[in-house]
Design a protein around this ligand. Structure first.
Ligand SMILES: [Fe+2]
Ligand SMILES: [Fe+2]
Length: 263
């Protein structure tokens, strides 16, 4: 039986998280025997979003494909990079006029891996229906891929689980991102798709979604505007590894990783 191991990394939050991945990702790939690494980088740049510098650093660190989310347009310079680099995606259900692509086919050990990035629309912007967007891409790319992985960047747990069951047996992995909090439902769905509602984040421990807790508490108590600052605490890794049986085309193993990095 031949296997592929896919490491999926939750939202990378801030330059410190990028630095820590730069330092540790290559050895982590070895330890985990990861053949393919996908990371959500939508918050990698200072002050949110992703810029060319942080995107390049993540790719250089050993990320194969960067997915993103609703913060993708925050830094202006990323627009050109989205058009010229096939290893970074913006959500596929933004209007076609937006720069970049919502999917890519990446070669992993000779297999063609289709990676799709879509945004949820429950409690988020009104974009193309994400379920139809994934169907459209699968149809358009039919015959051009061996395996599929979907990053569903969404707020509502119900919408995310619905996407998992909707795609069960048609794609190999559906992982959720965006909330920065890992969920405890990493599983193999009935028809062999690996699934988790949210990977969580790769960012500062002892924070509120990456931001200093005192700032968020002040905002919630006073309802006054505040200036967000990332917590200056050790970086933790929230991720999952999926083991794919390439003959059966099914996920046969899952491992969740929630661990502080040795910064
Ligand atoms: Fe995020
Ligand atoms: Fe997000």
């Amino acid at each position: 039986m031949s296997k592929l191991r896919i490491l999926t990394i939750g939202d990378v939050v801030g330059p410190c998280a990028v630095d820590v991945l730069s330092k540790h990702l290559f050895s982590l790939r070895n330890t985990l025997r990861a053949d393919f690494v996908i990371a959500n980088g939508e918050n990698a740049a200072p002050g949110n979003g992703i810029d060319i510098q942080s995107a390049k650093a993540l790719l250089f660190a050993g990320v194969d494909v960067i997915t993103t989310g609703n913060h993708i347009w925050q830094k202006r310079d990323i627009r050109d990079f989205l058009c010229t680099n096939e290893q970074i995606l913006r959500p596929a259900n933004y209007p076609a006029a937006c720069p970049g692509s919502g999917y890519t086919v990446f070669s992993v050990m000779g297999y063609r891996f289709l990676v799709i990035n879509v945004l949820g629309t429950v409690y988020m912007d009104a974009l193309e229906n994400p379920f139809s967007a994934v169907d459209r891409i699968l149809q358009h790319e039919a015959g051009r891929y061996d395996f599929v992985c979907v990053d569903f960047h969404a707020e509502a747990t119900s919408e995310k689980r619905a996407m998992g069951f909707y795609l069960d047996g048609r794609v190999n992995i559906v992982f959720g991102t965006h909330t920065h909090v890992p969920t405890a439902d990493l599983q193999i769905l009935p028809l062999g798709t690996g699934y988790i509602t949210d990977l969580g984040m790769t960012g500062p421990c002892d924070s509120i979604l990456g931001v200093r807790s005192d700032i968020i508490i002040e905002k919630l108590i006073t309802k006054m505007p505040v200036r967000f600052e990332l917590a200056d605490t050790p970086i933790m890794l929230n991720a999952a590894v999926f083991t794919l049986d390439t003959d059966a085309k099914k996920i046969i193993g899952t491992e969740q990783i929630i661990t502080p990095f040795d910064n």
